[in-house]
Ligand binder design. Sequence first.
Ligand code: GLA
Length: 370
Amino acid sequence: MRVAEAFRAAFGADPRTVWRAPGRVNLIGEHTDYNDGFVLPFAVPWGVSAAVTPRADQTIRLLSLQSSGGPVELPAREEATGWARYAVGVLAMLGDRVAGADIAIDGDVPQGAGLSSSAALEVAVASALNDVHGLGLTPMEIALLSQRAENDFVGMPCGIMDQAASALCQEGHALFLDCRSLGSRNIPLDLAAEGLSILIIDTQVHHEHAGGEYAKRRAECESAARKLGVPSLRDVTDLAAALDRLQGAERKRVMHVVTENHRVEALIGLLRAGKVTEIGALLNASHLSLRDQYEVSSPELDVAVEAAFRGGARGARMTGGGFGGSAIALVPDARLDDVRASVTAAYAERGFQAPRFLSATAAKGAHRLA
Ligand code: GLA
């Protein structure tokens, strides 16, 4: 295993444990997690492997196979910068339950595609530390710890979806997660049996303002919930009455969040009824709502979604936080070439950088490699 070999070469001994955690795509339920709502992500085949040995002192030595140069040595947690913050943040959240550690990281999540490589890194490191220190954390506790590392150490106010997907997903299944109760169920996702695939269209564009806009959307939702007198937008039961009491951006955000929660439930109903092909319409509706009401799409995402649909997809939508990253399209296998050609042509016509296509199968969540 490459990460274990790199660990041995850098630190002179075998790692005590190696864990792998995947990235994710979200089938539906976007910008609902921090509104106590529903999400339906699945793990992708790409992820991060973390080889870890605890240390007796407070020093952290970190090596990434994706960064040039040798290991970074940090005498204290506060000194972490760049990608190291995601790993060190996990150590920081574990407080004095752990001391320092030697850590080697190897990742193959396509960078900038919005497939949650940072959550994969956090969950891989958290799972490995949980294992070597015998902390007895459940997968959900690992997800929550990882989310706190990202919220409080890295400073990105993300919800729980990405870390939960990375920690809890099962192969061949999507994860239906209630982000309030944190109850979850693995929903079988057998697309191949229906001759369907999920095609990931990576726009390869990531807009700089994404982080700031994310925090702004979150604040708008919280403000709208306060005005409506509910703990969170999850609790809006009468959408029409709620919309009457709001204006401008907040009105639009509420429209998206409430209808998106309904779409998650509707999509699960279709999956249960074996009507996989019909989920396409819900994907399209989700995209339009994210574009027009939540205003987190981008020209590249919109063109990808429209061109995929024109090329024969049953439905398509942006996935993840938005402002770049990836779209997903539900495509009959016989139309995959047509869809790729349609999106490629539409991008060329607009003068966009060529997109990258990836095929997503539902992979398994965090697991021990060695
Ligand atoms: C990002 C965040 C998630 C979630 C999505 C939008 O991926 O990390 O918590 O809010 O955006 O659904």
